[in-house]
Every structure is written in structure tokens, then in C-alpha cells.
Design a protein around this ligand. Structure first.
Ligand SMILES: [Zn+2]
Length: 422
């Protein structure tokens, strides 16, 4: 408890970091190369890493931060969040969360969660839809304006689905009220319009749902989405569990498969060969027990939990590019979303991923999928100073990530534990 009070969290606003910062790091982990370098100095100027190395001279007047007892690594990334969404669990209908909450209220929740993630070391997130009338766009813009500290956000706008959103058995007299949360698109032309609508409102990724209904998108339809999105420089992520819909997504050349719980080895092999990323959203059993079937969107926990580990094990063995994505949409008393996100580390360990592979899926691989790798995801000269430090070696025990005691975002210190002087 004492350590908690000694940790300084600076999350309200971000003054411009005019000074030069010199970070003395005991060890720097580079997941992209799989290396560890001892006794490094990292110079940070104007939010960017201006130099990194072992024998660097510290410029006169620089503020020196002592991280010599720490392991320093790039800021973490989560490629599948829904920060404005809190699902109503139990027997409540899936739609409950968006029927009872305004977009502005959800934007505030989104900011609250975004700051909790940043404080825990997640410096970039991809928010993959479900934010009412584009709530996450405004959270992103408010952070980009510097009104609030927060992670870099790439957001999807509204999720594009065949008629019905992710709802089932809504009586006709209710109308298609899911339009406040989803975009129905039921032809090539409607898909192109839906993609353009999201991009108009600032989407940095397009999300399609492929197998949440008895009717699935055709190859022609998914190809249209990919073509339209790629023309605007935006990747396509698809919600799909497996089966024919997964074949369609793979054939159409989407950028990432989200979930993919029931993918076969043959499908994983194709995903590998085409360089498609798997954002595996590997729910731990304890979380699945809370979520239940999510109104029919998920199979029961006892079916899903072993499938998740089996599929991740096979994807890893086949060399698929795996990117970390949590997909957390619920609360647990006394814990932040970030606390829950670290529960996924045990699943990755069980599936055979090494700590270095896990870190890669949370940093450099994620940066490539999110198309931010020119500016983030590694610690190198010219890249944004997004970095974290932990007090124990995460390559020995990946759970060390839970104990992050230093977070820097674009050169701003947002968390500084008592171990770090001054
Ligand atoms: Zn999701």
C-alpha cells in the first residue's frame, strides 16, 4: 500500500516537455530483435528518442532519471479494446449497454479506461468499435489536443455487419435500433458506403463482423471492404470464429482475424502464408465465466476456454503473427481493465509463447498491424518516447508486467514509482 501512495500518477493534462531527459536504464529489452542490452542511456527530446546506447554523453542541463534497477521496454499495445463499452452481464440482453447510455457518457468512460490503461503501461490501443455515435473519436481527439493524458488511439468507428448488428431475435416492431451502435451493410455498394462513412469520421481501422448471423458476407463483399479501406490506407479487421466465413476473410486478404477461436490448422497455415495477423483475444476461463454467452455471441465457457488455448497453441506452432488483444468489456470490483488485461498473460504462457514472443505481440508486431511502426513499437532513435519500466525481468517471469512502475508517453512521464529517482 505504501508503494502505491509513493507512485506519482500524472494523468490530468500534459505540459510540453521542454527539457532533455536522460534515462539511465539497467536493461533495455527490444522485443522486435529479441535482444537485451545492459546499462543503456536513452535521451528524450521533444517527445522523441534522440539517442540510445551504452556510452552516451548526457547533455549539460539534462534531467537524469535513474532506472538502473529497472527493465525498460517499449510501451505496450492492445489491438482489441472497447473502452466505452461496459457489458451488462448475467441474463441481461446484449443490447442493454447501449440502450441505457448516451454517447457522451460513454466517451467519459472511454477516457477513464484509456487513462487506466496508460497508467498500467499501455501507450497505444486499437479500439475496435462499439462506441455509440463515434464516442471514441472524441476521446481520441481530446487526447490528441492535449486536454488529457492518454494512449495513442486508433479507432474503428461503427462496426459494419450484415443486417442486425450483433443482435438476435429483435422483434420487427422495435425497428433496427442497433443502428446507433452498428452500420448495416448488405451489398457491395452498401459496404463501400459504410467503409467510407467510418473513414470520414476518422476511423483508423475498419471492423467487419463475419459470422454472427446465419447469413455471412460473400467473398465479393469482403473484398470490396478491403479494397475501399486499403485505398484510404486503413487496415481491415474481421470478427470471425472459423468455418466458411474465416475462409472468406482469409481469401479476401483482410489484415487481421479477430478471435478465430475455431480456426483449423489449414486455415492457420493460410493465415501464416498470407501474412495476416491473428488478434487472438484469449479470454482466461475466469473472465469467460463472468461474460457467459454474451447474449448468444459466445459459446458457453466450458466449450470456449479449452478451444482458445488449443487454437493459440496451434497458431504459435505454425508461426502465425500473433498480436495481443484483450476484448475486455466488463468490470470486476476493485480492479481496473488493465488488471484484467494482464490475466491473459497466463493463457499465452500456457499456449507455449515465450515471454519475448509475448512482448513482441504486445509491442512491435502490434505496431505493424496498427500501422504505427514508423513512429512507435520499438525503442530507437527518431521514434516516439513511449516506454515503460518494470522492477523485475519480464523475460524470467512475464507477470512482472503487472508491476510497471514507470510509464512515459510521447516523452511525458505519466507514472513514476518510488524506486525511481529523482
Ligand atoms: Zn471485440
Amino acid at each position: 500500500m505504501k508503494a502505491l501512495f509513493a507512485t506519482v500518477l500524472l494523468l490530468l493534462a500534459l505540459p510540453a516537455p521542454a527539457e532533455i531527459l536522460a534515462l539511465r536504464a539497467g536493461a533495455v529489452i527490444d522485443p522486435s530483435r529479441g535482444t537485451v542490452d545492459r546499462d543503456q542511456t536513452i535521451l528524450v527530446e521533444n517527445g522523441v528518442i534522440s539517442a540510445i546506447g551504452a556510452e552516451l554523453a548526457v547533455p549539460a542541463g539534462a534531467r537524469v532519471l535513474d532506472l538502473t534497477h529497472e527493465w525498460v521496454l517499449p510501451g505496450l499495445m492492445d489491438a482489441h479494446t472497447h473502452l466505452t463499452l461496459t457489458e451488462v452481464t448475467g441474463d441481461a440482453p446484449f443490447e442493454s449497454f447501449y440502450i441505457k447510455e448516451s454517447t457522451s457518457y460513454r466517451a467519459m468512460r472511454g477516457l477513464h479506461n484509456a487513462q487506466a490503461l496508460l497508467a498500467a503501461g499501455f501507450t497505444t490501443v486499437r479500439d475496435i468499435g462499439n462506441s455509440g455515435e463515434y464516442a471514441m473519436q472524441d476521446v481520441r481527439r481530446a487526447i490528441e489536443h492535449g486536454w488529457f493524458a492518454g494512449p495513442t488511439i486508433i479507432d474503428a468507428g461503427k462496426i459494419i455487419t450484415p443486417f442486425g448488428g450483433q443482435s438476435h431475435e429483435i422483434p420487427p416492431e422495435q425497428g433496427s435500433f442497433w443502428k446507433y451502435e452498428y452500420l448495416d451493410a448488405d451489398s457491395v455498394a452498401e459496404i463501400r458506403k459504410a467503409v467510407r462513412t467510418n473513414i470520414y469520421y476518422g476511423a483508423g481501422v475498419i471492423k467487419l463482423v463475419l459470422d454472427n448471423s446465419a447469413y455471412h458476407y460473400s467473398l465479393e463483399e469482403v473484398r470490396a471492404a478491403v479494397e475501399e479501406a486499403h485505398r484510404a490506407g486503413v487496415p481491415v479487421a474481421v470478427h470471425v470464429y472459423g468455418g466458411e466465413a474465416a475462409d472468406t476473410a482469409i481469401e479476401a486478404g483482410v489484415d487481421s482475424i479477430e478471435h478465430g477461436f475455431f480456426l483449423t490448422d489449414a486455415q492457420l497455415k493460410k493465415i501464416h502464408d498470407k501474412g495476416i495477423f491473428l488478434v487472438s483475444t484469449d479470454f482466461p476461463r475466469a473472465l469467460l465465466d463472468v461474460i457467459g454467452t454474451s447474449g448468444g455471441i459466445f459459446p458457453p465457457p466450458e466449450v470456449l476456454a479449452p478451444k482458445i488455448i488449443d487454437r493459440l497453441t496451434r497458431a504459435h506452432r505454425l508461426g502465425v503473427r500473433i498480436v495481443y488483444g484483450s476484448d475486455i468489456v466488463m468490470e470486476r470490483a476493485g480492479q481496473t481493465r488493465a488488471d484484467l488485461m494482464f490475466d491473459y498473460l497466463a493463457v499465452w504462457k500456457q499456449a507455449g509463447l515465450t515471454p519475448m514472443e509475448t512482448l513482441r505481440g504486445m509491442t512491435s508486431e502490434a505496431a505493424q498491424l496498427l500501422r504505427v511502426d514508423a513512429t512507435r513499437g520499438r525503442l530507437a532513435r527518431g521514434l516516439a518516447a513511449d516506454l515503460i519500466a518494470v522492477p523485475a525481468d519480464p523475460l524470467t517471469d512475464i507477470e512482472a508486467l503487472r508491476r510497471v512502475d514507470f510509464v512515459m508517453k510521447n516523452g511525458h512521464i505519466v507514472r513514476q514509482g518510488a524506486r525511481i529517482a529523482p
